[in-house]
Design a binder for this molecule. Structure first.
Ligand code: NCD
Ligand code: ZN
Length: 346
């Protein structure tokens, strides 16, 4: 029997939501992960240090007794964000990043940024104090094809911003293209990228061929097969520029299976098993530790977790619940579409 033990991993991009949904999904992450970067796209969003303190308290109250978990909070950047509040938030130690959502790019992003010039004073403070900017890297102009939004963002927004403010530390969140992987690989110490579990597994055919499958719809949307292969290469390359951000994004089934369905794949429950499967397929099981447990803390300047998780490869495939039940409604767990034999045992 094959086993694999890793330092306890972290998730560098996670949606926990609030209320009944938070209660239902938090244990799914805390079971395997020590920490996670918590996305601030609530309604209303987590904009100020006070908002982040209150949200962190709600997360800790929702954590079942006996489970350990540290939420690493983020602030949602708006055109009204106060640079002084961001500096205090970083100094408090509670806030680890600021999130840029271009207005309209994804779920709950209408308070996002329309004009980067308006947030330059905030970005200048962040560059000075070393607080990372996490980017949802898609342009939202209707003329740009949805499959091109990431590549156009890199050329027209991200690269000009990094030339203007080279000291700014940036995480390209949930990259989905070979252009994204190439840009991150060459960006130097101030740049990194997160990659989701599902973008290593699905391409756009999974969403659209043979019927529309709403549980595979997320943003940025999965692209062609060549991009999935480029992401696998980046994730398993051993480069410290790439680390795990699941972007596990729960929505109740009624809103996914809908005429205008929400974007988001819920992968918290089975991410580690799926990653072991993917890394083994790529002949890179020994590099999963870097991707899931080491590169993220190194970029964020945090220690690697003291605990560990062990996975065992067994003859029988893993069985996960098809859905997680919440008081808000059921949430479908990401189905990779193939059997997975790596069981998380501790
Ligand atoms: C996320 C959500 O539902 O909050 N959805 C998604 O498809 N990934 C938002 C996001 O990260 O884009
Ligand atoms: Zn996300």
């Amino acid at each position: 029997m094959q086993t694999l033990t890793l330092p306890r991993p972290d998730d560098w991009h996670l949606h926990l939501r609030d209320g009944a949904m938070l209660k239902a999904v938090l244990p799914e992450t805390a079971r395997h992960f020590a920490r996670a970067i918590i996305m601030p796209n609530l309604v209303p969003p987590v904009v100020t240090l006070d908002d982040a303190v209150a949200y962190r308290d709600r997360i800790m109250s929702a954590l079942p007794d006996g489970m350990g978990f540290e939420p690493l909070m983020t602030l949602y950047l708006t055109e009204g964000t106060d640079p002084g509040d961001v500096e205090r938030a970083a100094a408090s130690g509670l806030v680890k990043a600021v999130k840029l959502y271009p207005a309209g790019a994804t779920t709950n992003s209408h308070s996002g940024v329309r004009d980067l010039d308006k947030v330059m004073p905030v970005l200048e403070v962040m560059a000075r104090i070393g607080l990372p900017l996490c980017t949802h890297g898609e342009v939202t102009t209707p003329e740009v094809d949805i499959f091109d939004r990431e590549a156009v963002f890199i050329d027209t927004v991200l690269d000009p911003l990094r030339r203007r403010l080279p000291e700014l530390r940036v995480v390209m969140e949930h990259i989905t293209t070979e252009e994204g992987a190439a840009y991150a690989a060459e960006g130097g110490d101030s740049l990194a990228a997160t990659i989701t579990t599902h973008h290593l597994i699905i391409n756009r055919n999974h969403i659209l061929a043979g019927g529309i499958r709403p549980h595979y719809y997320c943003l940025p949307v999965a692209k062609r097969e060549k991009h999935r292969l480029a992401l696998r290469k980046a994730a398993t390359s051993g480069s410290p520029r790439f680390f795990l951000g699941t972007d596990s994004a729960p929505h109740i089934d009624a809103l996914k299976e809908h005429a205008c369905g929400c974007a988001g794949c819920f992968t918290a429950t089975n991410t580690l098993s799926l990653l072991a499967h993917v890394f083994e397929e790529e002949g890179a099981l020994d590099r999963l530790e870097g991707f899931a447990s080491r590169h993220g803390p190194a970029f964020y300047g945090l220690p690697v977790n003291a605990g560990s998780v062990t996975l065992e490869k067994r003859a029988e495939p893993c069985v996960w619940p098809v859905k997680i039940q919440s008081e808000a409604g059921p949430v479908t767990v990401f189905n990779p579409g193939f059997p997975v034999h790596w069981h998380v045992v501790t």
